[in-house]
Design a protein around this ligand. Structure first.
Ligand code: ZN
Length: 333
C-alpha cells in the first residue's frame, strides 16, 4: 500500500521575504506571541497562516515544516491537540464569547505534544465586544510557547486593545508579473490568468476563487441579469431568478462593475476597466446615466454590504430586489 506523505503548507512566492523574517525570529526565540496578519481578501493571509501553523507544530522544522514528523502527520490528519481554530459558527458572522472561553481554557493547559500551542482566530474582526474583552487576558499573559495568530481583512474594525497586543504584519501584494506567473500555473494558461487577475483587481488568491466553476457560473448569470436590465427587463423578476445566490457575492460583483462604470464614465478609457468582457454593456449603461448617479448606487451597494457584514440582513431577497430596481431605474433614465 502506498503511503501518502502529507504536503505541508508553504508560503506563497511573494511572501517569501516575510517568511524568512518569521523563521529567523522564531529561531532567535524573538517571535512575538501574538501576530496579526492583515491584508485584503485574496492576498494570501490564510495561506501564510497555514504555513506558519505547520511550521510551529512541526517537530523538526527546517526552512519549512518537514511534512514527515509526528507533528506534521497529526496536523495533516486534520486534528492536532495543540491547535485551536476559532471562526464564526456556520451561518453566523460573529465570534461570540463561548469559543473565546475555550481559548482561555486551552491556553491554561500545557501543550500535549511538548511543543507550541497555536490559536488561530479568523477573521479577528468578527469577535464581538464581549469576546474581544474575554480574550484580552490570554493575549496579555499567554504562558510559554503559546502562539496567537489573528487574521483580519480590515484590522481597523478590531478593538484597539486587541490590536495593540499583537504585532501587526501587513501581508504585501505581489508584483503583477509574479502574480501572473503563479496564476498561470494554478489556472493552466496565461490568458486565463491575465483575465482573472484583472477581474480580481490584482489579488491572486481572489482570482483563483473567481475562476472556480461555481463562481464563473454566478458571474455569467449576473452578466445575463445586467444584459437583461439594459434591455429593459423587469427587475423584480430578475431578482427572483437570482434567489438562493449569495447576496454578498452579488453585491461584490455589483460594486466592482459600478466602479468600472465610474472609471469609464470619468475617463472614457476602455483599458481602465477591470471587466473587459462587459464593455459593450458598460457603453450602453453610460449612455443613460450620469456619473453621480452611479456614485449614489455605489454608496447604496456598499452600505448594504456593510450591513450584511455587521450581522446579516433580515431579508436578503428584498435587498436584492431594491438593488436591481435601482440599477434598472438608472439604465432606463
Ligand atoms: Zn514536521
Amino acid at each position: 500500500m502506498a503511503v501518502n506523505e502529507p504536503t505541508p503548507a508553504t508560503p506563497l512566492p511573494w511572501h517569501a521575504p516575510l517568511w524568512q523574517q518569521f523563521v529567523s525570529l522564531h529561531r532567535g526565540a524573538r517571535l512575538p506571541h501574538a501576530l496579526l496578519l492583515s491584508g485584503p481578501h485574496g492576498v494570501g493571509k490564510q495561506h501564510f497562516a497555514e504555513a506558519l501553523v505547520g511550521y510551529l507544530l512541526c517537530n523538526t522544522p527546517g526552512e519549512m515544516a518537514c511534512g514527515q514528523c509526528h507533528g506534521c502527520r497529526m496536523l495533516a490528519s486534520g486534528y492536532h491537540p495543540d491547535l485551536l481554530r476559532v471562526s464564526p459558527e456556520e451561518g453566523k458572522r460573529q465570534i461570540r464569547i463561548d469559543p473565546i472561553r475555550e481559548v482561555n481554557a486551552f491556553v491554561a493547559q500545557t501543550a500535549q505534544q511538548g511543543g507550541h500551542r497555536v490559536i488561530v482566530l479568523s477573521p479577528a474582526e468578527a469577535m464581538n465586544v464581549a469576546a474581544a474583552n474575554a480574550l484580552l487576558k490570554s493575549l496579555e499573559e499567554p504562558g510559554e510557547r503559546t502562539q496567537f495568530v489573528l487574521l483580519a481583512d480590515v484590522p481597523s474594525r478590531m478593538l484597539a486593545t486587541i490590536r495593540s497586543r499583537c504585532q501587526h504584519w501587513s501581508l504585501p501584494l505581489p508584483e503583477s508579473e509574479q502574480s501572473l506567473e503563479w496564476l498561470s500555473t494554478q489556472l493552466g494558461n496565461r490568458d486565463e490568468a491575465a483575465f482573472w487577475f484583472q477581474v480580481s483587481g490584482g489579488l491572486p488568491l481572489l482570482a483563483t476563487e473567481l475562476a472556480t466553476p461555481d463562481a464563473r457560473a454566478l458571474r455569467k448569470q449576473l452578466h445575463e441579469t445586467f444584459d437583461a436590465l439594459v434591455r429593459g427587463a423587469e427587475p423584480v423578476a430578475e431578482a427572483a431568478r437570482l434567489d438562493r445566490q449569495s447576496l454578498e457575492s452579488i453585491l461584490w460583483y455589483g460594486i466592482a462593475w459600478l466602479e468600472d462604470l465610474i472609471r469609464l464614465g470619468l475617463s472614457g478609457e476602455a483599458d481602465e476597466v477591470r471587466n473587459p468582457d462587459l464593455l459593450p454593456l458598460y457603453r450602453q449603461a453610460v449612455k443613460n446615466a450620469r456619473v453621480q448617479d452611479w456614485f449614489r448606487l455605489l454608496d447604496f451597494a456598499r452600505e448594504q454590504r456593510r450591513l450584511l457584514a455587521a450581522g446579516g440582513n433580515p431579508n436578503p431577497q428584498l435587498v436584492l430586489e431594491a438593488w436591481l430596481v435601482r440599477w434598472s431605474t438608472l439604465l432606463r433614465s
